[in-house]
Design a protein around this ligand. Structure first.
Ligand SMILES: [Cu+2]
Length: 270
């Protein structure tokens, strides 16, 4: 009886400690993220595939590249209104165009292109390129970034003002962090694959970016000229998907042979 009571008291104490710990900030969340990455708390999001890491033979690797075209009327989006924050207005010479739909000479920027089907269950090395999301002129730059699951995003503040970085994922953990102009970069790795994670700033409501976290390394974001390129791809049959958060999704079926380079252009429009 005494033992049972003691056991119950210990369990209650452990629960209380766990609760305090759960509310306790970064350490808890880091542990939680690590658990998710290992597949321990998966519930809906994509976790890293199991099995051996596939190192693609450069001698047979294929490439898919192309351009995102846009035809029709470009949606009219009002310029960014920064009047609530004179410090931000001062950083610009005048009107600040919205970056939600950017079309240059009929080419669409900021579209994610990725292999959406054909690589299921396959595991690849994590990309080593530096992916930076900067805050400059009270705008997120670039407007869209993509990283591989397990690859860090380097979030920097180039402004003389403070920002509050606030991603709003559905399958990963939501967090927000203030970053002063002199603060070091925030390196953050989303443990689960998830498309279209909006990022806002709690101080400047007009600031918006999107982060795509992809379970494999085969993705690209279209540049100012609408171009994209996905290299080092194992030969095979794939679905190539383009996603723009305002304009929707398009798909192209492709088959690439050993060492082949294939062109695949997308067309968006109104
Ligand atoms: Cu801000």
């Amino acid at each position: 009886m005494f033992k049972n009571k003691l056991g119950g008291a210990l369990a209650a104490l452990a629960a209380a400690v766990a609760l305090v710990y759960a509310c306790g900030g970064d350490d808890y969340f880091e542990e939680y993220d690590t658990k998710i990455a290992a597949g321990g708390e998966a519930s809906g999001g994509e976790t890293a595939a199991a099995g051996p890491v596939i190192n693609v033979d450069p001698a047979t690797a294929a490439t898919v590249r192309g351009v995102i075209n846009f035809e029709g009327d470009v949606p009219r989006i009002p310029p960014v209104n920064m009047s609530a924050e004179p410090d931000c207005v001062e950083m610009h010479g005048g009107r600040v165009a919205s970056d939600r739909v950017v079309v240059n000479d009929g080419k669409l920027q900021h579209a994610l292109v990725w292999i959406s089907k054909g690589l299921e269950g396959k595991r690849f090395p994590v990309r080593g390129d530096l992916v930076t999301l900067d805050q400059k002129g009270c705008i997120y730059r670039p407007h869209v970034v993509a990283v591989q699951q397990g690859q860090a995003i380097n979030i920097t503040n180039s402004d003389p003002t403070t920002h509050n970085v606030h991603p709003l994922p559905k399958d990963n953990r939501e967090w927000n962090k203030s970053q002063t102009s002199s603060a070091p970069a925030i390196d953050y790795t989303f443990p689960r694959a998830e498309l279209k994670i909006p990022v806002k700033c709690n101080i400047h409501p007009w600031m918006q970016a999107y982060i795509h976290v992809i379970e494999h390394p085969y993705f690209s974001v279209s540049g100012e000229d609408g171009s994209f390129e996905i290299a080092n791809l194992p030969p095979g049959a794939y679905t190539l998907q383009a996603i723009h958060e305002q304009l929707g999704e398009k798909e192209i079926e492709i088959t690439v042979g050993a060492s082949e380079t294939k062109e695949a252009d997308f067309l968006f429009g109104s």
